[in-house]
Design a protein around this ligand. Structure first.
Ligand code: PMP
Length: 358
């Protein structure tokens, strides 16, 4: 029996996809070997690879002037590749410090170019994103880096700021749960291991005009143009992760695509926020309501002892991985695309019963 897995990532994947992969695992389509044992230059893998790329472009509704790249190193490598590829000695990167992940992007970026903090939510404890007028851009800003959803603090940009400089977006934790206003972005990136598949591959979308200015002094793997011109087959790609992402994207396409998952995410999140807000203060969301995440719903109980009991009561009903990140505590329900509505309903039911018994 499968549990309801509320993990923040790696996380629950569509069970249909897991079964399909299981069927194909040992003997891939009669080849007498698994896909993992084949060359990444084989015809069978090529079909998987290009299929996943095409599907990423169609399911994400990517315009023609963007390239899709499948890269190693997770979202974390993009913290470096973004400034390495976009910044020049006379330009700099502005960053929104919206929490743990925004901070890491700034720290890593600062090794590879001039970066500055254009807004910080640290003073408020990361309970909201900036309004457009809060962001302070400095001269010669090449891009503004935003984390569309801060996985640990449970906050999201309801809309992205249009400030006249291109945005770079870390969408690791809300990929394929919201439409992307492509006209605002030069680069969008994220690890797959939440809404899109297993860990091991990062999906980066780069506006093609960016590739013309890539810094040629970089090692080949660090160059966006190298990956774009080799269809992400410059070196051996993470084949299993890409194969799984292709399957998850097909699964999403069959269920109505981006619009359907955006609506479903909003609905699942609203159910949990209603349970929190309707609890007479027993459950408490620290997040400013306008910036509440649709993916990671964080909340507190009256004290830590009750939080511990709540997590144990959830585990007894096969709802697991609800503990908040160690840096902030409390409860965090990550409800990515593969979390069925039944999982959210079960959690809402538990919240009601636990409160009544407390
Ligand atoms: N950005 C965000 C918003 C994340 O949630 C994570 C992972 N939880 C990362 C970046 C880092 O991703 P990776 O582990 O793939 O490098």
């Amino acid at each position: 029996m499968r549990k309801f897995n509320f993990s923040a990532g790696p996380c629950t994947l569509p069970v249909e996809v897991l079964h399909e992969a299981e069927q194909e695992f040992v003997d891939y389509h009669g080849a007498g070997m698994s896909l993992m044992e084949m060359s990444h230059r084989s015809a069978a893998y090529d079909e998987v690879h290009r299929g996943a790329m095409d599907r990423a472009k169609s399911v994400f509704e990517v315009p023609d002037d963007f390239e899709v790249l499948f890269l190693g190193g997770g979202a974390t490598l993009q913290f470096a590749m973004v400034p390495l590829n976009l910044l020049t000695p006379d330009t700099r990167g502005g960053y929104v410090d919206s929490g743990a992940w925004g901070k890491k992007a700034i720290a890593d970026g600062s090794h590879h170019g001039e970066v500055y903090v254009a807004w910080s939510g640290a003073g408020d404890g990361y309970v909201r994103m900036p309004r457009p007028e809060d962001v302070r851009l400095e001269p010669d800003t090449r891009y503004l880096h935003v984390t569309s959803n801060e996985t640990i603090h449970g906050i999201r940009f309801p809309e992205f700021p249009d400030l006249g400089v291109p945005l770079v977006g870390d969408m690791s934790s809300d990929y394929m749960s919201r439409a992307i206003p492509w006209e605002l972005f030069d680069v969008v990136y994220g690890g797959a291991q939440k809404n899109l598949g297993p860990a091991g591959v990062d999906i980066t979308f780069v506006r093609r005009s960016v590739l013309e200015h890539t810094n040629r002094e970089l090692a080949s793997y660090l160059r966006y143009d190298v990956h774009a011109s080799s269809a992400s087959l410059h070196n051996t790609p993470p084949v299993f992760a890409i194969y799984m992402v292709g399957k998850v994207l097909t699964w999403m396409e069959q269920r109505g695509g981006l619009g359907a998952f955006e609506a479903e995410s909003a609905k699942k999140a609203a159910m949990l926020y209603e349970a929190i807000d309707g609890s007479d203060g027993f459950y408490r969301s620290p997040v400013d309501p306008a910036y509440r995440s649709h993916m990671n719903i964080v909340f507190r109980l009256p004290d830590e002892a009750l939080e511990k009991q709540f997590l144990a009561a959830a585990a007894a009903r096969d709802m697991v991985n609800l503990k908040g990140h160690r840096s902030v505590g409390g409860v965090r329900a990550s409800i990515y695309n593969a979390m069925p509505l039944a999982g959210v309903e079960a959690l809402v039911e538990l919240m009601g019963e636990f409160r009544a018994d407390a």
